[in-house]
Design a protein around this ligand. Sequence first.
Ligand code: PEP
Ligand code: MG
Length: 539
Amino acid sequence: MEQYTGKSIFNAIAIGPIYFYQKAQATVVRKHVDDIEAEKTRFASAKDAALKELQILYDKAIAEVGESGAGIIEVHMMMMEDDDYLDSIGNIISNQEVNAEYAVATTGDNFAKMFAAMEDEYMQSKASDVLDISERLIQALSGTETEMKMEQPVILATQDLAPSETVQLDKSKLLAFITEYGSTNSHTAILARNMGIPALIGIGLTSKDHGKMAIIDGANGILILEPTMEVLRDYQEKKAKEEQQKHLLQEMKGKTTLTRDGKEICLYANIGNVGDVAGVLANDAGGIGLFRSEFLYLEARDYPTEEEQFRTYKTVAENMAGKKVIIRTLDIGADKQADYFKLKKEENPAMGLRAIRICLSRPEIFKTQLRAILRASMFGTIAIMFPMITSVWEIKKIKEILAEVKAELSEAKIPYKDVEIGVMIETPAAVMISDLLAKEVDFFSIGTNDLTQYTLAIDRQNQNLEMFYDAHHEALLRMIEMTVNNGHRENIWVGICGELAADQELTERFIRMGVDELSVSPAYVLPLRKLIGEIETNG
Ligand code: PEP
Ligand code: MG
């Protein structure tokens, strides 16, 4: 029996076998080839396959986001057919008698260095494009696409999981996960909480651990490998008790969330996709306070179409049967990356081109999403909120774009409702101008995850800063209070949808500040309803 300690993300127990997943390593090995002509033919067919893939992506992008979104794919197709690039690959194969993968990787590196050294900024930007097409060609040559094949419920162990990888996991086969790297406030951690599964960070297992029986004790942040029969039995009992307690909380279902002195609090849940709605209903949340719509984009290999998005939002609205569904518009960027957005690598992505900044710089993408949301508004009670706002002009611009989309829908006789709009308060700038923002919108939802990182200057992804990270920092609590007061002065409601909303040590303080809504991972709804029932607003 071995025991490890990590940082816990969700307090629950999981018992099952370890599935170790080694991420694909894009290393290219130089190999000698005897038949040079056969190698060149192999390269030619891989290039055709890669070009076909690009053509499909191009057609889809043209249909969905128009010329500007498709332009980059066209550039990649042209680069893949470039004579100098192809000659270099052909020459390396012939002169050095080596495999095509090696010739492509070498050519890609040489061309990227050449572009990077140019004066012109536009030409410099071609360096990442040439590396990108070379990577695509290498994949086509080696046919690598490592997939996780979890055949039974397992505890997944790996080095790191990006949010885009986490959303693609088969949740019916996932008991828990363990990663070597990551932080407790990352989006991967948030996803685990939304799914209600235990996860531990900071434990590095290896392929030698694959298949070993394991226990995750989320309450204590412990992983036990190959437990003795006695320990296993002990944890099976604890798990049964955990189930019993969950069962007891069921008595809170169907009840309104009221403080002891009768003030109603909206207790909503956070979701990332349609699959999470089952958890929202099972835990009887009063609505959805944060639908992180970017996960729709992260699950896809290309921009989700208006139709695809419409169907998703409609299904969520219908399943919620009239209860409020607050859809947050695309918050991509920083740790949430989808390759097809072709976002440039940034030194400081958390402060870079992300969220509303992408939507306002690429309005075709934004308008597609707004159209889909407005169309879905006919099927329930939908509200829209906008992430990462820092200035009043942004919300004014958003309202202009929204008005354009509404006019286009009216023109085409497509019905929609006038939905509530709100902003996320997740930058110190938004807090400081919340008096002005409150005049523009119907509600505020405080995103404490980002508000904490920007206020304390602590990167939420950086696992080495946890000793400086104070989730209860007075600066943050004062900012929340200021936002609530400014919102109430303009008669709009104010909620919290960041992870802090579920922090039971702060619930009383939030309620006394006058917070109107708390939106949390589904599994926290019933425990919070119980706790709120014990709080006096003016005690
Ligand atoms: C937040 O920042 O608190 C928030 C709710 O948004 P996200 O965690 O998706 O950045
Ligand atoms: Mg945020």
